[in-house]
Design a protein around this ligand. Structure first.
Ligand SMILES: [Zn+2]
Ligand SMILES: [Zn+2]
Length: 343
């Protein structure tokens, strides 16, 4: 089968890779849709495992199951989590699923025609898609689950105010989810087109990151933000987060600057103001379930976020689109689509 092997962001090769039949507890799925995630283009994060086949935002169809797999059958439409926690270790028991010490196996990447799903992911990582979630919508399950988790960790409550720094795919999901909780949402970005998206997805105010954001907040909300979601890796966003979080509020690092950058925390100021600083990384099974519930209920509009659907052969273009961050929001790779068949 064909797979897109990622060496770095400028070197992604369509290679012929061997595919074997599933063992008794494995299954073979056909990748129908796989989204390019903002984290796929973060080289410092991905390079240690390169070369690799990326792609973890999946919508797939079961084509063959091993003899001992009873729960799924050919034709089933599924989402598969890229890795699953054990559910019993001390981290899992505390709800820190992404820290599970037992996670060993990862799903082979979805930028390929097929995936041989390992036993543990057949058992615990596969979710049947309801009729109401299409393959393309399925590519939003994992990113939305991460957003669900971040807002839960922040303790975001109905009626609070949120500042979303960065209006890429994750930022737009943050905006939409916060609006389902009737929060006041202010969003910033450096790209004017993204601000337009932010408004159309419900942001009460979307302003250039170059503006005096703390002043805009106090003008608009009469105080700073209860929760600041950092959805950009720019250092300027970190500084802005410090300046925009209200007393008793929380700043959440949904994205982080590169590892060689040093972040300075105004800890004395935050000490007296009781400001919390949180990180949110990946998601857990309850977040996946909540994301599926939101998508099935049409509470989050993801269709309008899809700007590009590309065949596997055009994956380099897809990565370039996501890297430039100018015109693309969500780019979906369709491994079985012929060139010209998707748009
Ligand atoms: Zn992702
Ligand atoms: Zn665990």
């Amino acid at each position: 089968m064909k797979a897109a092997v990622w060496y770095n962001n400028r070197d992604i090769r369509i290679e012929e890779v061997p595919l074997r039949r599933p063992g008794p507890r494995e299954m073979l799925v056909k990748v129908i849709s796989c989204g390019i995630c903002g984290s796929d283009i973060v080289e410092w994060y991905r390079l240690p495992r390169a070369p690799l086949v990326q792609g973890h935002e999946l919508g797939a169809e079961v084509v063959e199951v091993g003899g001992s797999v009873a729960r799924y059958r050919p034709g089933d439409r599924v989402f598969i989590a890229p890795k699953v926690p054990c559910g019993t270790c001390s981290y899992c028991r505390e709800g820190h699923f992404p820290q599970c010490s037992e996670i060993k196996e990862r799903l082979p990447g979805g930028f390929a025609e097929y995936i041989l799903v390992p036993e543990v992911l057949v058992e615990k990582g596969t979710y049947l898609l309801p009729e109401s979630i299409s393959y393309d919508q399925s590519t939003f399950i994992e990113p939305l689950a991460c957003v669900v988790r971040s807002q839960r960790l922040a303790g975001l409550k109905e009626g609070q105010s949120v500042l979303v720094l960065g209006c890429g795919m994750s930022g737009l999901l943050q905006i939409q989810l916060a609006k389902t909780k009737k929060c006041a949402v202010v969003a910033t970005d450096v790209v004017e087109k993204k601000l337009g998206y932010a408004r159309s997805f419900g942001a009460d105010l979307a302003i250039s990151a170059a503006e005096d954001v703390p002043k805009c907040l106090t003008d608009h909300l009469r105080k700073k933000a209860d929760v600041v979601m950092v959805c950009s890796s720019a250092m300027s966003a970190v500084k802005q987060a410090w300046a925009c979080v209200d007393k008793g509020g929380a700043t959440v690092f949904f994205a982080v600057p590169e590892p060689e950058k040093t972040v300075t925390i105004p800890v004395n100021d935050f000490w007296t103001k009781e400001v919390r600083i949180l990180t949110s990384y990946y998601c857990g099974p309850p977040d996946v379930q909540e994301a599926m519930r939101l998508l099935a209920a049409r509470a989050i509009d993801v269709d309008r976020m899809i700007t590009h659907r590309l065949p596997l052969a055009d994956i380099v273009r897809g990565f370039r689109l996501v890297m430039s961050g100018e015109e693309a929001v969500k780019v979906i790779i369709k491994p079985h689509a012929k060139a010209g068949m998707v748009g």
